[in-house]
Design a protein around this ligand. Structure first.
Ligand code: BG6
Length: 501
């Protein structure tokens, strides 16, 4: 069967406000957790910094975006620490130059997020911050100038810090209303400029990370994580309902951190364990957001973890009425699930467990597995039959700038070529895939490690891990390759794979 992408397929790239914009204290923006989070590396965690009630400086691991402050402490920016997100890659001041480069590549879509704290600096302010509203209006207008459709994440790991401090974050039900007010504000403001909205980036991380890092989480941690997630589900559903009243043409997507899980052996115990991994990490969120109710296995999950969720009748009604139009997800890697002892382990960030002998791994321990993307697409499409978007996919790698300034990132081209081909295979197998936005179209600060050297972009940004550099932009070899792929609606990548490249 001939492999091809449908006419009108949306091609582009993706960034997030807190990793790209910088300008963290400009034009009335409030703080978010990444503003008090230090840089790290593949084997050194990032830390959130604070001042305790006696005035002493302290740090806590920020892994999983759930850092909890000691009693009486407040998050703080410390003088002798470096915070890579403060200047990001300065998208705030350079967006015109960046969008022009995206247009040169032939983008028809650009995924970005709005920073809640630019619109409501404290998260629950009475009035929005006009400078914040003006900034995103100008960004969206710039996109439309080139015929680029904005795809907007309403939340990308950046709850205003003030809400974290005053309410303890998403475990407090009041955050639902604050989020809905924020969402309604931006829906009204940009109703003629934005059609595609994603409610929460990688919403499943909250529970997935609990099992991924360190020892088993405590009952209390599980209780908080599942309640936090329930509040985000309700916030997402209510925002969708409000949004549809404002503009019935809006299209809403969820956003799942998509990992393909494989059983390590054909031992039935591994098969069942793997099935439960899919339920807990992938289906749990997808089912609520696409079907409007918790999956049948949810009761078992809660029972095993001693979780008692506070779910009201109104919540249930909203979940049912505020389901998504599109299933969107990020895909970077697959993972092996086994109940057996493993000798060969992966030790990268976000990729713990058994090593898959059939795959190669990035310098950060992430498995290269394009066929895993095809598998994920086919499995999920079969479950929900909703149009799908791959809204993040990319290779974090160290790039070398040659003496003449060029960057020959063939490894990145190889990575994308294989994943684009895998998407074409899934389409040929019946999946309604409508968009692909690579992560990040331009180098930006890594979310997991805070590094710059873990680069994803087709455009190089001259900034290092200590914040030195001119911030100048340079297209890499992948920039010109992706441009040709887009000009042929994906055929170039398909043909290259099929001719053995
Ligand atoms: C996803 C996030 O988890 O993966 C992005 O949505 C993130 O924010 C991306 O940057 C890649 O992860 P990392 O840790 O390499 O930046």
């Amino acid at each position: 069967m001939k492999k091809e992408f449908p006419k009108g397929f949306l091609w582009g790239g993706a960034i997030a406000a807190n990793q790209a914009e910088g300008a963290y204290n400009v034009d009335g923006r409030g703080l978010v957790q990444t503003d008090v989070t230090t840089g790290g590396s593949v084997d050194k965690p990032r830390y959130a910094t604070y001042i305790d009630k006696d005035g002493n400086a302290g740090k806590l691991s920020s892994m999983g975006h759930t850092a909890k402050l000691p009693e009486g402490a407040t998050f703080a920016i410390l003088e002798d620490e470096y915070y890579p997100n403060h200047e990001g890659v300065d998208f705030y001041h350079r967006y015109k130059e960046d969008i022009k480069l995206f247009a040169e590549m032939g983008y028809s879509v650009f995924r970005l997020s709005i920073s809640w704290a630019r619109i409501f600096p404290n998260g629950d302010d009475k009035e929005p911050n006009q400078a914040g509203l003006d900034f995103y209006r100008s960004v969206f207008e710039e996109c439309h100038k080139y015929g680029i459709e904005p795809l907007v994440s309403i939340w990308h790991f950046d709850t205003p810090l003030s809400l974290e401090e005053r309410y303890g974050g998403w475990t407090d039900r009041r955050l639902i209303d604050f989020y809905v007010t924020y969402a309604e504000t931006i829906f009204r403001e940009y109703k003629d400029l934005v059609t595609y909205w994603l409610t929460f980036n990688e919403i499943n991380n909250t529970v997935m990370f609990l099992d991924m890092f360190g020892d088993k989480a405590s009952d209390h941690e599980y209780q908080e994580a599942y309640q936090h997630l329930h509040h985000q589900f309700v916030a997402s559903a209510r925002a969708i309902k409000v949004g549809r009243d404002i503009n019935p043409d809006f299209k809403f997507g969820n956003m799942i951190c998509g990992i393909t899980f494989y059983p390590g052996t054909c031992d039935p115990k591994d098969i069942l364990e793997n099935q439960h991994k899919w339920e807990q990490n992938i289906f749990y969120c997808g089912d609520v957001q696409a079907k409007g109710r918790y999956g049948s296995y949810a009761k078992r999950l809660w029972k095993e973890r001693n979780v008692e969720l506070n779910i009201t009748e109104e919540d249930q009604k909203d979940l049912l009425e505020g389901t998504i139009d599109l299933y969107t997800f990020s895909y970077y890697m697959s993972s092996v699930v086994t109940t057996h002892e493993v000798e060969d382990k992966v030790s990268g960030n976000f990729s713990l467990g058994a090593k898959n002998p059939y795959l190669t791994y990035s310098d950060w321990g992430w498995a290269h597995d394009p066929m895993g993307l095809q598998y994920y697409l086919e499995k999920i499409y079969d479950r929900y039959e909703l149009p799908m978007m791959v809204v993040e996919n990319g290779l974090g790698a160290v790039d070398t700038v040659e003496e003449d300034g060029s960057i020959h990132d063939t490894y990145r081209i190889d990575y994308h070529r294989a994943h684009i081909h895998a998407m074409a295979e899934a389409i040929a197998n019946g999946v309604d895939l409508v968009a692909y936005t690579t992560w990040g179209c331009i180098d930006l600060v890594s979310a997991g490690t805070g590094e710059m050297r873990k680069r994803y972009g087709f455009i190089y940004v001259d900034k290092d891990d200590a914040g030195n550099g001119t911030f100048d932009r340079t297209p890499k070899d992948s920039f010109y390759w992706y441009k040709e792929v887009l000009a042929t609606n994906g055929q170039k990548a398909i043909e290259e794979v099929e001719s053995g490249q």
